[in-house]
Design a protein around this ligand. Structure first.
Ligand SMILES: [Zn+2]
Ligand SMILES: [Zn+2]
Length: 205
């Protein structure tokens, strides 16, 4: 398949890579219909996040159609259309049981490195360096989604990809930020942010 891979600082390109395959019973393979570039991807592109390796597949905001499931996945099913959230969550640990999916205790095999760097570890995250597990991302034709019975959100009506894709990260992340600010009706809010291209060293494209 074709995928967007990181090849070094300021170097990202589309390459041929092996197709993902089911590795665990709770995996699913998703055929990507839409994917987004996140402002957070700039930190990888700019070389600020250690533990990136040449050939790592980028992308943690994606959606598509389930084309294969492991034996342990009863839902979603093959043919379902899903949005995949960026944190990979097992559904079983203390954090997941308390709906703190972004700090799942089981999905990041490299949590020891993250604890050294950040003081605590995040969950595994798609396409976001080996500190967050080294999972292949979704800026690709297909992605392997671990614990597919937990994270993916089934889209069962006729909403377009553009209407639901941002549920993978940007929308809930922004909503959470707004929630933390206790914004109430009638208030005027200024939002500061560096979009995916805004802080690129290259001219606007
Ligand atoms: Zn993102
Ligand atoms: Zn968990």
């Amino acid at each position: 398949m074709r995928a967007t891979v990181w090849s070094g600082r300021n170097t990202v390109q589309v390459e041929n890579v092996p197709d993902p395959r089911i590795m665990n019973d709770r995996d699913a393979i998703v055929k990507i219909s839409s994917t987004a570039i996140c402002g957070s991807d700039l930190h990888l592109y700019d070389g600020y996040i250690p533990t990136m390796k040449r050939g790592d597949i980028l992308g943690h905001e994606f959606m598509g159609e389930v084309v294969e499931t492991g034996k342990g996945v009863t839902s979603p099913e093959v043919g379902d259309r899903v949005v995949v959230p960026f944190p990979i969550a097992c559904g079983d640990c203390w954090s997941c049981q308390h709906e703190l999916y972004s700090v799942c205790e089981n999905s990041n095999p490299n949590s020891g490195i993250a604890e050294k760097m950040f003081g605590h570890s995040t969950a595994g995250i798609f396409g976001y360096s080996h500190i967050t597990g080294g999972y292949a991302g979704g800026q690709a034709e297909y992605a392997r989604v671990p614990y597919a019975d937990v994270g993916p959100l089934k889209i069962e009506d006729d909403l377009t990809d553009e209407q639901v894709l941002f549920l993978s990260d940007i929308f809930p992340t922004g909503f959470f930020g707004a929630d933390l600010c206790d914004i109430t009706d009638g208030e005027v809010i200024a939002v500061f942010g560096a979009g995916p291209w805004a802080s690129s060293p290259s001219p606007a494209r």
